[in-house]
Design a protein around this ligand. Structure first.
Ligand code: GLN
Length: 492
């Protein structure tokens, strides 16, 4: 760790810097973990970013990491305090998915990535808040209450991984996991001034990740920097035979190419991403970022993704359809919430689900069940699948001309809590992120400026399995800009 950092408070350091400090024994993981736990204890009531804090387990893991380091057996993230979105099953620790339905659910096993992080020596501080069953863009649908954006506590942090984003932005962990079905890593990363990567579908195992829409769901890292995201992805990515859609492709070292030159990189700007609905100040920030890429040697051209406007309607058939099937398992019989004194089996099912699910989840189940029902399946579900194919083809065609696609992550910065009550307006917040999930592509959101003192995100969409390239581009941008170094005001 450079001397210049030796007086920096621990919570301001990145993973890369903390790993240096731990290796050089400037501090131990136990000290670092204590430091973060004390901050959570003192400050999280301002943000509500954690649902569960696992202090004792964290300290035990920290001591184990310190011992491993002394014995030269330290894993890649030994002693680094992270948090998991409460959608990832954790053996012996409540995993609620922010729903009353799973408020009492303690899984008997770990999700694949939870195991991977534990094997790498990472210390899990706890489980972060989220929209119920990951349905939302504002983190207001959580059974445990809304999460507040550290940049402006009367605003939303984005969703559904809003707890993870707020926890990092408030420096209550150095990094966290998220999941992204239609934007839930990138959008909260954008609204909280962070780096968030949605990997290619299948790159990160979904085993033990509570299912929302299985053909879209993908876990990924949320961090302050692209470098830290590479360190996390090194641990998360890889084949897992327990997920039938897990990709067999070899996993590169994502840190190895961070310093590649961007000379000759071809960037495409989809004209549909700069149209009506985009805040002019966000557009300005994105254009300024593009200028930086040009200075770094990239060339830029306009492209078209002609089916862009179909992405949100297509998603809101497919995602609820898959959700309605996935959520049918919550019936009060096997695990989770059960209503009091059911009269009979039908009463048990209906009352359990009526009482256990929140309004947005019910809305999705209703839409999905309708879209899948006999007589409507062809008109809605099959049609949406056909549209999905066209959306994917737009990207396949675009990647014949360019290496990467750039644009805004969101049309607006963080909005006020309670400001959007109409579901369709809320759904349109994901207008630039959703098509990426429908196509199964990877995409990175990085901080690229401010609008009304709130962070603005730049989205970079890559070709299949181009995570290393996205992280390289993100890292190069972060070596010539300092947006990612800004911290929310009033962070102690
Ligand atoms: N906001 C979108 C939705 O509500 C996406 C959520 C997500 O990516 N999990 O479905």
């Amino acid at each position: 760790m450079p001397d210049s950092l030796s007086n920096t408070p621990l919570h301001q350091l990145t993973i890369a810097e903390l790993l240096d400090g731990l290796t050089q024994k400037h501090f131990s993981s136990e000290e670092l973990t204590q430091h973060y736990l004390a901050r959570i204890d003192r400050l999280d009531s301002n943000y509500n970013s954690y649902i569960t804090v696992t202090a004792e387990r964290a300290l035990e893991a920290a001591r184990a990491a310190d011992n491993a380091r002394t014995e030269n057996k330290a894993g890649q993230l030994a002693g680094i305090p992270i948090a998991h979105k409460d959608i990832f099953c954790t053996n012996g620790v409540r995993t609620s998915c922010a729903s009353k339905m799973l408020d009492n659910f303690v899984p008997p096993y770990d999700a694949h990535i939870v195991t991977k992080f534990a094997q790498a020596g990472a210390v899990c501080l706890g489980k972060t808040n989220m929209d119920e069953f990951a349905m939302g863009s504002s983190n207001e649908t959580s059974f445990y209450g809304a999460v507040k954006n550290p940049w402006s506590t009367d605003c939303v942090p984005g969703g559904s991984s809003g707890g993870s984003a707020a926890a990092i932005a408030a420096q209550l962990c150095v990094a966290a996991t998220g999941t992204d079905t239609g934007g839930s890593i990138r959008q909260p990363a954008a609204l909280c001034g962070l780096t968030g990567l949605k990997p290619t579908y299948g790159r990160v195992s979904r085993y033990g990740m509570i299912a929302f829409a299985s053909s879209l769901d993908q876990g990924g890292p949320m961090t302050r920097t692209a470098h830290d995201a590479a360190l996390l992805l090194n641990v998360m990515a890889g084949f897992d035979e327990r997920d039938s859609t897990s990709a067999q492709n070899a996993v590169p070292d994502y840190t190895a190419t961070l310093n590649n030159s961007l000379e000759g990189l071809r960037i495409g700007l989809p004209k549909e991403y700069f149209g009506e609905g985009l805040s002019p100040e966000i557009e300005k920030a994105v254009q300024a970022a593009i200028k930086e890429f040009e200075k770094l040697g990239a060339t830029v051209k306009e492209i078209s993704l002609p089916n862009t406007e179909l992405a949100v309607p297509c998603y809101y058939v497919i995602a609820p359809a898959e959700a309605s099937a996935n959520l049918s398992r919550f019936d009060g019989v096997r695990y989770g919430y059960r209503c009091e004194n059911p009269k009979d089996l039908f009463d048990l099912y209906t009352r359990t689900r009526a009482e256990g699910f929140g309004d947005e989840v019910k809305r999705r189940i209703l839409i999905g069940t309708y879209a899948l029902s006999a007589g409507y399946y062809d008109a809605y579900y099959r049609k949406a699948q056909q549209v999905r194919r066209l959306i994917k083809q737009d990207f396949v065609d675009a990647f014949k001309e360019v290496d990467v696609i750039a644009g805004p992550t969101t049309p607006n910065p963080a909005f006020k809590l309670g400001a959007i009550s109409d579901p369709v307006t809320m759904y349109l917040e994901d207008i630039y992120t959703i098509a990426v999930n429908l196509a199964g592509l990877p995409a990175l959101s990085i901080p690229a400026g401010f609008m009304q003192n709130k962070p603005v995100g730049l989205q970079l969409i890559g070709n299949y399995f181009a995570e290393a390239q996205l992280l390289n581009i993100g890292h190069q941008y972060q070596t010539v800009t300092d947006w990612h170094k800004h911290t929310a005001p009033n962070i102690e």
